[in-house]
Design a protein. Structure first.
Length: 307
């Protein structure tokens, strides 16, 4: 049995915040931010519920199904609108779903953790699962902290995963977490995101490379056979370092962080949507989806596009 991606959708706030705008209140510049992060602008606004509902509806429409056809909603977020109830409940209500719904928090690896969860749900009898990665990170940003204010942004991406008895888009998965590194990237209740940037960089490159190699080995392919790598959009230097170690040319990497910034669990579906819209992925192509996040978590998967 298999799981196929049958629909995709995204949501972005209307407000665009440029590097020049940030440089008016922070000791930074457009050149400094672009050189160190690759980000030119980011989107700010909305809520996890509002963005997640828009992206979810778009994915359902793209799949050519109705809200009543969805059997389960898995929402990945690290910036839930409330401690309780789960934000997935509100997203389900806004979309008009009548199925179970739950939140998953694996930080920036959250979308891939949610896809893995959805795959398991399909294996236990569900036919269609809506997976949403939605973030309102700006709510937890100290806008006087140059290190975090230039990075984090808001947005959402979603996909419909559907049971298929003959085709399978997901060839392998490699997930993990190292709780000993939890203090490297944190956000306390009523607090702000804090990060040891240099150490996160070192750990991120290592775990992404290791999990990517494991996922490719499990799928029985090499990096030469990949059409695309669709990484978590944290920092252009991390993406470049990962590609170099995996022997993947940068022209095979999907990069959208220049326009969207770091949207945590929304970044991989936003990048996948960007690849689709720019005709960069075709039927039969192999793609490596890989990310890392606070925890520290990591998640890599090899997919083969069947549409």
């Amino acid at each position: 049995m298999g799981a196929r991606f049958t629909g995709w959708g995204i949501a972005l706030p209307d407000r665009i915040v440029t590097n020049d705008e940030l440089s008016k209140t922070l000791s930074t510049s457009d050149a400094w931010i672009q050189e160190r992060t690759g980000i030119k602008e980011r989107r700010i606004g909305g809520t996890v519920t509002s963005l997640g509902a828009i992206a979810g509806r778009a994915a359902i429409d793209d799949a050519g199904v109705n809200a009543s056809d969805i059997d389960f909603l898995v929402l990945a977020t690290s910036a839930a609108d409330r401690i309780t109830p789960a934000t997935s409940a509100m997203v389900a209500h806004e979309i008009g779903l009548s199925c179970p719904a739950m939140d998953v928090n694996a930080a920036c690896s959250g979308f891939m953790y949610a896809v893995r969860t959805a795959q398991g749900l399909l294996e236990t009898g569900n036919k269609r699962v809506l997976v949403v990665g939605s973030e309102h990170l700006s709510r937890f940003v100290d806008w006087n902290d140059r290190n975090m204010a230039v990075l984090l942004a808001d947005g959402a991406g979603a996909t419909v995963l559907e049971y298929d008895p003959t085709e399978n888009d997901i060839l392998s998965f490699s997930l993990g977490v190292e709780g000993a590194d939890a203090e490297l990237l944190t956000c306390e209740h009523e607090g702000y995101f804090r990060m040891d940037g240099a150490e996160v960089f070192r750990r991120a490159v290592r775990v992404v490379v290791e999990s990517s190699e494991k996922a490719m080995a499990m799928a029985g392919i090499t990096s030469d056979e990949l059409s695309l790598i669709i990484p978590h959009q944290a920092n252009i230097r991390i993406i470049q370092a990962v590609c170099q170690r995996l022997n993947i040319e940068m022209d095979r990497a999907v990069v959208s962080l220049d326009r969207y910034g770091n949207t945590s669990s929304a970044s991989i579906p936003l990048a996948f949507d960007d690849a689709r819209k720019n005709d960069r992925i075709h039927k039969g192509d192999y793609a490596l989806l890989t990310g890392f996040g606070a925890g520290m978590t990591w998640a890599s998967a090899v997919v083969q596009w069947s549409k």
